[in-house]
Structure formats: structure tokens, C-alpha cells
Design a binder for this molecule. Structure first.
Ligand SMILES: [Zn+2]
Length: 226
């Protein structure tokens, strides 16, 4: 769950290391799995709305900061999981249902009616749910930042995928909590259209895939294969 990766940046320390913490690989506390609209609990997929999951993730960040004393911790997987289809990613576990409030039942019904649809369904209750989910991510990130001294880097999707920017933390929001964001360089074209209020690192699988074009676009890169 914790990997030490190379960080190549344009700053005063051109090459350093970064501890990358994959939150999705942490053990899921009992009864805290993602639950889809059909009532299926997804083994091994934690729901970040669950207080026990939040505690475990914050503790993992604290341990990472103590164990490796790297200059920076990259948070990977801070969010909700899902597979492909829009409604598949909406969790209906008790913690989420509580958070959704009155919108929960409506979205659950919409999910069942549009289960096989890949695209998001535009509905006020869906927006309510997505906004609430974003507040969960933001609150969790805030707690993680308060728990450690080392700067955090958030691995995020620059691409506005099926969950939409309404459920992912924006770069602007992340700026208040992390010192940098990291994104897959394959998404560079989508990324170029977004505002960049903070340093953004590209993630590349191998050094030779780092191009001049990417060099101009990013503040540095994280080498995945270390
Ligand atoms: Zn949930």
C-alpha cells in the first residue's frame, strides 16, 4: 500500500522521493464495503463515508509519515470506487444513505431504472448526492492534512469522467489542503483546459515516456516503475 517512488521536478531538488499511499489497498473494516443500488456489497472496496474507513485511512497517512519520513506523501484513491457505469459508482451503504438524506431514495430508484446506462443522469437529487460525496472527500482530506506535518500530494483525475467534477475534488479545492496534485500524463490534453492553481505532477510509467511537451505542461513527474 505504500510505495516509494521517484519524484523528478523542476524545483531546487530535481530528484527526490515521494511516498505513494494507495488507500484502495488498505484492509476494509468489517461492514464498510461499497453497496450498490441493487444491494450488493463489494468485497475489498471501502466506502469513504464510513467513519471506520476514515479512521483507518487517516491512521495510514499518519503511519506513512512516521515510517518513511519522505518529503511528501501522495494520496492515491481518496474517493469512491465503482466500475464503468455511472450508477455503479454511487454507494448506498448506511453511511451514504444517511448523508444523502431525502435525495437517497430518489437516486436509488433512478439507479435501478438506469442501471445499465453509462452516462450520468441529470437530476437535482443526483447533484445533491454528488455534492455530498465531494464534501466527504474534502472533509477527509482536511483531516489527513491536519494529522501530519509532511506536505500531501493528491492523485486525482483531471479528466471529467462519469462521476463529473461535482464528485471529484477540483484543483481549486485541493489547493487548500495539498501542496501538489498528480495526474496521469495520458490525460494531458484534458488537463490542459483546466485551471492550475497549484503544482501538478505527471505520472509516467517510465522515464523515456516523459516528453518535452509534458515537461512544459507539468511541474515535474512521478516515476511509477520504481
Ligand atoms: Zn457508502
Amino acid at each position: 500500500m505504500l510505495r516509494i517512488l521517484s519524484l523528478v521536478s523542476t524545483g531546487p531538488q530535481p530528484v527526490s522521493t515521494i511516498a505513494s499511499l494507495d488507500l484502495r489497498k488498505l484492509a476494509v473494516p468489517k461492514g464498510c464495503e461499497r453497496v450498490d443500488a441493487l444491494g450488493k456489497a463489494w468485497e475489498g472496496e471501502a466506502c469513504p463515508s464510513q467513519p471506520a474507513v476514515q479512521e483507518a485511512w487517516i491512521e495510514a497517512v499518519r503511519e506513512a509519515a512516521l515510517a518513511c519520513q519522505e518529503s511528501r506523501i501522495e494520496l492515491n484513491g481518496l474517493g469512491f470506487q465503482g466500475a464503468g457505469r455511472f450508477f455503479d459508482s454511487i454507494c448506498f451503504c448506511p453511511a451514504c444513505q444517511y448523508g444523502y438524506g431525502a435525495a437517497g431514495g430518489i437516486v436509488e430508484q433512478l439507479a435501478r431504472e438506469n442501471w445499465t446506462s453509462a452516462a450520468a443522469v441529470d437530476h437535482p437529487s443526483v447533484n445533491t448526492v454528488l455534492l455530498w460525496r465531494r464534501s466527504v472527500q474534502y472533509g477527509l482530506l482536511e483531516q489527513m492534512r491536519a494529522a501530519v506535518e509532511v506536505p500531501l500530494c493528491l492523485r486525482t483525475a483531471a479528466q471529467l469522467k462519469y462521476t463529473g467534477h461535482r464528485s471529484s475534488l477540483t484543483f481549486d479545492e485541493a489547493q487548500r489542503q495539498v501542496s501538489a496534485c498528480s495526474v496521469d500524463v495520458k490525460l494531458a490534453s484534458e488537463f490542459s483546459a483546466l485551471s492550475r492553481p497549484l503544482p501538478v505532477l505527471g505520472i509516467v510509467p517510465a522515464d523515456e515516456l516523459w516528453t518535452d511537451h509534458q515537461h512544459r505542461m507539468f511541474s515535474g513527474y512521478i516515476l511509477e516503475s520504481v
